[in-house]
Design a protein around this ligand. Structure first.
Ligand code: NAD
Ligand code: ADE
Length: 414
C-alpha cells in the first residue's frame, strides 16, 4: 500500500484514541456490527476527504467492515491527528494525511485518493467533489456525500451550473446532523479550541459571534453559559431577530469591533473581519474562526497592516498594529475547534457519521437511479439515527395511538 503519514510509530497511541471514540459512538458501532455481517459495501471504493480525527477513524473502519476499500485524505491541512492517521494506516486504510500540509501537499493528497477510481466520494467542504469534476474522475462515480454547510453550497452551485455529474447526498442537512453537530458540537468544541489555545477567562468578557446560523447559535449559547456578554452580528434579518429574542445584543461588526474581547466568525462567508474592523479593536482582542474556510477573518489584511507578528503560544499569533495595539489570531484563522482542539466530541459525531455510513449504503444500492443533483438524507434514515441515539442514551419516548395519528392527518375535529 502506498500511504503517507507523519510518523508510523504513533500508531499505538492512535489506536487507543480510536478505541476511546468507539466507546462513545454507539450508533455507528451498531451500524458497524450489521455492516460486518451483511457486507453491503463489498467491492466498493470510497475516496474520502474528511478531518482525520479519532471519530473519522471510527467511520472509515465501519465502511471497511462493510466491505469497502477506503482511501482517506484530509479536508483541512491543519486538522489531522497524526497518531490517528498512523493507526489507520495499520488498519489498512490508504491514508494520505499529516498535520501541517502545504497547499500543494493537500492538493496532492486529494489527487491520490481520486487515483483509486472511486465509486463513492465522501467530502467535507467540497474540495474533493470539485477536484473529481475537474480531473475527469466524476464520470465513473456512482454518488457522493457532503458533510458540511459550505460544501453543500458549493455542490449546489455545481448543480445550478449544470455540471454536477453524480448524485450527492447532503448529509449536513439531515436533522440529526445540522441541528446537533453544527449547534452543540461546534458550540462546545469552538470554546474548547479557544481555551486550549489561550486559557483566557470567558466569564465577564465581551464575546462577539458573527453569524447566527446553526454554528453561531451553538457558540453564542455556550459562551453565554460560561458567563460572557455575547454580541451577535448578522446579515439576515430573520436570524438577527432570532438572536435578539434569544436575548443577545445585535449590531453591525463595525460597532461590535470596538467592544469585543473575543471574536468568533461562523458565517461560511468571506471578509467578515477585515482591516477596517481590526483597526477599531481593543488591545488584546482575540480572533478565531469556526467556519469551514480560512477566509472569514482576512489574514491577508492582518499581515499587511501589522508592524510585526510572533507566535506567542501554540496556535496563537500576536499581531502588533501601527496604533500600538495587539490582536491575537488563533489557529491561523482556520477552524479553531479542529486545529487548536480535537473537533467535536465523539458523541455528536456519532450521529453525523451514522448518517454518512447509511448515505453511502443508500448510494451503493440506489445511486444509479438518482439524478445528478443534491439529495436530502431520507427522513427514515434521520429518524432511525435519532431512535438509535435515544436508545443508546436510555431514553424512551411515547408513540402515537391510531386515534392520534388519524386526528393529525384529518381536517375534521372529531
Ligand atoms: P448557516 O447557513 O446555518 O449559518 C450561517 C449564518 O451566517 C447565516 O445566518 C447567515 O445569514 C450568516 N452570515 C452570512 N454572511 C454573514 C456576514 N457577512 N456577517 C454576519 N453573518 C453572516 O450555516 P452553519 O451551518 O452555521 O455553518 C456556518 C459555517 O460553519 C460553514 O462554513 C460550515 O461549513 C461551518 N461548519 C464548521 C464546523 C466546525 O467543525 N468548525 C461544523 C459545522 C459547520
Ligand atoms: N468536524 C468537526 N468535528 C469533527 C471531528 N471530531 N471529526 C471529524 N470531523 C469533524
Amino acid at each position: 500500500m502506498k500511504m503517507k503519514v507523519k510518523d508510523p510509530s504513533l500508531a499505538p497511541q492512535g489506536r487507543l484514541q480510536i478505541e476511546w471514540a468507539e466507546a462513545h459512538m454507539p450508533v455507528l458501532m451498531k451500524i458497524r456490527e450489521r455492516f460486518s455481517k451483511e457486507k453491503p459495501l463489498k467491492d466498493i471504493k470510497v475516496a474520502a476527504s474528511l478531518h482525520v480525527t479519532k471519530e473519522t477513524a471510527v467511520l472509515v473502519r465501519t465502511l471497511k467492515a462493510g466491505g469497502a476499500e477506503v482511501y482517506l485524505a484530509p479536508s483541512n491541512p491543519l486538522s489531522t491527528q497524526d497518531d490517528v492517521a498512523a493507526a489507520l494506516a495499520e488498519f489498512g486504510i490508504e491514508v494520505y494525511a499529516w498535520r501541517g500540509m502545504s497547499p500543494e501537499e493537500y492538493e496532492w493528497a486529494l489527487g491520490k485518493v481520486l487515483e483509486s477510481g472511486p465509486n463513492i466520494t465522501m467530502d467535507d467542504g467540497g474540495d474533493l467533489t470539485v477536484m473529481a469534476h475537474e480531473r475527469g474522475v466524476a464520470s465513473s462515480v456512482r454518488g457522493g456525500t457532503e458533510e458540511t454547510t459550505t460544501g453543500v453550497i458549493r455542490i449546489r452551485a455545481l448543480e445550478k451550473e449544470g455540471i454536477l455529474k453524480y448524485p450527492v447526498i447532503a448529509v449536513n442537512n439531515a436533522e440529526t446532523k445540522w441541528n446537533f453537530d453544527n449547534v452543540y458540537g461546534t458550540g462546545q468544541s469552538t470554546i474548547d479550541g479557544i481555551l486550549r489555545a489561550t486559557n483566557v477567562m470567558i466569564a465577564g468578557k465581551w464575546f462577539v459571534v458573527a453569524g447566527y446560523g446553526h454554528v453561531g447559535r451553538g457558540i453564542a449559547a455556550r459562551a453565554r453559559g460560561m458567563g460572557a456578554k455575547v454580541i451577535v452580528t448578522e446579515v439576515d434579518p430573520i436570524r438577527a431577530l432570532m438572536a435578539v429574542m434569544d436575548g443577545f445584543l445585535v449590531m453591525p461588526m463595525k460597532e461590535a469591533a470596538k467592544i469585543g474581547d473575543i471574536f468568533v466568525t461562523a458565517t461560511g462567508n468571506r471578509d467578515v473581519i477585515t482591516a477596517e474592523h481590526v483597526s477599531l479593536m481593543k488591545d488584546g482582542a482575540i480572533l478565531a474562526n469556526a467556519g469551514h474556510f480560512n477566509v472569514e477573518i482576512s489574514v491577508k489584511d492582518l499581515d499587511l497592516m501589522a508592524m510585526s507578528k510572533r507566535e506567542i503560544r501554540k496556535s496563537v499569533m500576536e499581531y502588533t498594529l501601527p496604533n500600538g495595539r495587539r490582536v491575537y489570531l488563533l489557529a491561523e484563522g482556520r477552524l479553531v475547534n479542529l486545529v487548536a482542539a480535537e473537533g467535536h466530541p465523539s458523541e455528536v459525531m456519532d450521529m453525523s457519521f451514522a448518517n454518512q455510513a447509511l448515505a453511502v449504503e443508500l448510494l451503493v444500492n440506489d445511486g444509479e437511479k438518482l439524478p445528478p443533483k443534491v439529495h436530502q438524507v431520507p427522513r427514515e434514515v434521520d429518524e432511525r439515527v435519532a431512535s438509535l441515539k435515544l436508545e443508546s442514551m436510555g431514553v424512551s419516548i411515547d408513540t402515537l395511538t391510531d386515534e392520534q395519528r388519524k386526528y393529525l392527518e384529518s381536517w375534521r375535529l372529531e
